[in-house]
Design a binder for this molecule. Structure first.
Ligand code: SF4
Length: 391
């Protein structure tokens, strides 16, 4: 399994697969080729169907602004992966075609990085194996992560934590409409102003709105594990800040969250286009539940149970962003699932450990299979569900 650094990445919203992935693809192409005369970018599948609302064309135009380029939205041709892009690059040596896949979380797979992409940091690939290893070594999950990752992980996650807190504050300072035709109004600032008490759970919900609204505006956020689900960790860090947890314990909780997210990315999917919103906000919820369980001092088994409860009860969650904008249902859903993560962590302390029939790995496998069975109309194509009502 690869480094958990892939799960928390600082970048611009509104979508890790549809904005950050294509941005990274353009940067890759610009690095790979010299004397470029023109580039034709063809977007397929979900990128073609919801690319406008996810600002895919905007980010490609921005990245390729100094080069003659055109963007084609091919909604007809079927590709193996729903987030496939083809770059036809013309240089003074001729035209070369490269296919690049955006696999979620801003990660792209190209010919060049295919081997790096497979570079392993962990030798265990399931939570069952990890728990078994920790039992044998008598270590916590945090110690397990520290043992495998490089020395700068702590600083890397500290920077992610700082950016999440900054995007909460930024979201809370703004009002007005979010970009796009839906005319969705920013709500976080007003929610905070209307708050009558000091309840950390309410701060959690408002912080989730603040970050999700920043994401919808294309502002700087931290993907966790995707842009659309970034608000969940906005909520969780807002809650941690309100509860005055130490910096060290927050960063260690992010290690646990990253581990859960990486298991999902390795064994299933974190892409709404591939497996629905259960793979984005469902996984974020499982990561959040594990992070809360960790910061509350629960043991390895209880942390695993918190993640399992959160994911099991997110199964079937479809992806139906209205008109392709990461606004409805995404923003409110981030707040709902941040609260749900907190409840899952609570339940993990109440349920006796003796009778745990479904494991996190089972839930993950089921999530992926359910995702593959979901009609493509419910996988980030903006064709059905809430999208249909608002057409
Ligand atoms: S519905 Fe969920 S998966 Fe789909 S765009 Fe919104 S946050 Fe992402």
């Amino acid at each position: 399994m690869r480094s958990i650094k892939e799960i928390f990445v600082i970048g611009h919203g509104p979508s890790s697969s549809h904005t950050m992935g294509p941005a990274n693809a353009c940067e890759y192409i610009l690095k790979q080729y010299e004397n470029i005369k023109s580039i034709k970018v063809t977007l397929y599948g979900s990128l073609a169907l919801t690319g406008k609302g996810h600002l895919t064309d905007y980010i490609i135009d921005l990245k390729l602004k100094n080069i003659d380029h055109k963007i084609i939205f091919d909604t007809k041709t079927e590709t193996k992966h729903p987030n496939t892009m083809q770059f036809e690059v013309t240089t003074n040596k001729g035209t070369t075609t490269e296919t690049i896949i955006s696999i979620g979380g801003g990660t792209i797979v190209t010919k060049e990085n295919f081997k790096d992409h497979l570079q392993e940091v962990y030798s265990q690939n399931s939570l069952k194996e990890i728990l078994h290893y920790c039992d044998k070594e008598n270590i916590s999950l945090v110690e397990y992560v520290k043992k495998h990752e490089d020395k700068n992980l702590f600083d890397y996650l500290k920077s992610c934590k700082d950016h999440i807190l900054a995007s909460i504050d930024s979201g809370l300072s703004k009002e007005g409409y979010l970009p796009g035709p839906l005319k969705v109004q920013r709500k976080a600032k007003e929610m905070l102003a209307n708050l009558k008490n000091d309840d950390p759970a309410e701060i959690m919900a408002i912080s989730a709105f603040a970050v999700a609204e920043e994401n919808a505006s294309g502002n700087l956020i931290v993907i966790a594990p995707t842009c659309g689900s970034a608000g969940v960790f906005g909520g969780i860090l807002g809650y941690f800040r309100k509860k005055n947890y130490s910096e060290k314990s927050i960063i260690e909780s992010l290690m646990i969250a990253g581990l859960i997210g990486m298991l999902a990315k390795t064994n299933a999917s974190i892409s709404g286009a591939e497996a629905g919103c259960q793979a984005e906000i469902g996984v974020a919820c499982a990561m959040g539940a594990a992070a809360i369980a960790s910061i509350k001092g629960l043991n390895n088994e209880q942390i695993a149970r918190a993640a399992e409860i959160a994911l099991e009860h997110s199964l079937g969650l479809t992806c139906d962003p209205v008109q392709g904008y990461v606004q409805i249902p995404c923003i409110e859903r981030c707040a709902v699932y941040a609260l749900k993560a907190k409840n899952a962590a609570k339940l993990a302390t109440l349920i006796p450990s003796t009778n745990n029939k479904v494991t996190f790995d089972d839930s993950l496998k089921t999530m992926y299979e359910t995702g593959k069975d979901l009609s493509s109309e419910y996988r980030e194509t903006g064709k059905k569900g809430l999208s249909e009502i608002f057409k």
